[in-house]
Design a protein around this ligand. Structure first.
Ligand SMILES: C[S@@+](CC[C@H](N)C(=O)[O-])C[C@H]1O[C@@H](n2cnc3c(N)ncnc32)[C@H](O)[C@@H]1O
Length: 254
C-alpha cells in the first residue's frame, strides 16, 4: 500500500491494489490509517520496550495499560492472573492498581523468571500483592496451582502474555478460561502480530500464527465468551477503537 500525506491539501491518500481512497487528513478515518502505520513502525522500533512502571520495565503500549486499568477499576477483581512476567513491570502495574483500589492480588506465571528479575520483584514495595510461579503456564501442575490460589466466589481476570504462538495461547485459553468469572475477561494480548508479519522484525507466519487467531478460534467453540473491546469509560470524541497491540484480545465471559 502507498500512503501519501499532503499537509498542504490536508488529505491522506491510500493507494492499494489499484484502488485509491482520499481522506481528509484530520478525519477519523485518516487517524485510523495513520495509527495503524504508527503501531507497525513503533513496534519495529521497539517503542514498547521503552517504558517502566514504578521501577520495573513493562513491555506494553501505554494505551493498553490505560485500557486495562479502566477494566480493572470497573471490575475490581479479587485475583488477576497474568502469564508472562519478564521483568515484572506489568505485575507491579496491576499490584499498584490493587493497592490504590484496596482490593485484589496478582498471580504471575513465567517459564523462566531470571534471578535478577525475581530479586527485584520480591524486593519491590508492592511485592506483597504478588505470587510468582515459575513453570510453563500450560503445565498441568501450574494450572492446578493457580486454581488452588483462587477462593470460591472470587472475581478473576486473566491476562495471557507469555508465548504468543496460536497453539500455546489456545492451550492457555483452555486451561484458564474456566477460572474467569461472568462479566470478567480473559485477554489474549499481542494479537497485533497478524499485522506485523510483513514489517522488518516480523515473521511471515505471524499472519495466522498469533493470539487473535487463537481467541477467535476459542470464541467460536465457547458461546459463553464474546470477543469485544471493553467499553471506554470516558469518550468525548467520535473515536471508538483502541490503538493497541491487543486487537481481538478481549474475551468477556457472559
Ligand atoms: C512478552 S514477555 C511478558 C511481558 C510482561 N507481561 C510485561 O508486560 O512486561 C513474555 C514472557 O513469557 C514467558 N514465557 C514464554 N513461554 C512461556 C510459557 N510456556 N509459560 C510461561 N511463560 C512463558 C517468557 O519467559 C517471557 O518472560
Amino acid at each position: 500500500m502507498k500512503i501519501i500525506i499532503d499537509t498542504d491539501k490536508n488529505t491522506l491518500t491510500e493507494e492499494d491494489a489499484g484502488m485509491t481512497r482520499v481522506l481528509g487528513l484530520y478525519s477519523r478515518e485518516a487517524f485510523a490509517s495513520i495509527s495503524r502505520q504508527w503501531v507497525r513502525v513503533g513496534w519495529n522500533q521497539k517503542y514498547q520496550y521503552t517504558f517502566s512502571w514504578m521501577g520495573r520495565p513493562v513491555i506494553q503500549l501505554p494505551e493498553d495499560m490505560i485500557r486495562i486499568q479502566e477494566v480493572i477499576s470497573r471490575l475490581q477483581p479479587d485475583v488477576i492472573i497474568e502469564t508472562g512476567v519478564a521483568h515484572g513491570g506489568s505485575l507491579i502495574f496491576y499490584a499498584s492498581l490493587c493497592k490504590a483500589l484496596d482490593k485484589g492480588r496478582i498471580v504471575g506465571i513465567d517459564i523462566e523468571i531470571r534471578p535478577h528479575n525475581r530479586a527485584a520483584i520480591e524486593a519491590h514495595p508492592l511485592a506483597g500483592y504478588i505470587t510468582l510461579i515459575e513453570r510453563s503456564s500450560t503445565a498441568l501442575e501450574t494450572v492446578r496451582e493457580v486454581a488452588g490460589l483462587v477462593k470460591p466466589g472470587e472475581r478473576v481476570l486473566v491476562i495471557l502474555d507469555s508465548d504468543h504462538s496460536k497453539n500455546h495461547v489456545l492451550g492457555e485459553l483452555d486451561a484458564y478460561a474456566g477460572l474467569v468469572t461472568p462479566g470478567s475477561y480473559i485477554v489474549a494480548t499481542d494479537g497485533i502480530m497478524y499485522d506485523l508479519a510483513d514489517v522488518p522484525r516480523g515473521k511471515p507466519d505471524w499472519k495466522t500464527d498469533n493470539p487473535s487467531e487463537a481467541a477467535r478460534i476459542f470464541a467460536a467453540s465457547h458461546p459463553e465468551f464474546v470477543l469485544e473491546q471493553p467499553p471506554w469509560l470516558f469518550n468525548e470524541s467520535r473515536l471508538e477503537s483502541n490503538i493497541t497491540h491487543w486487537p481481538g484480545a478481549w474475551l468477556r465471559r457472559t
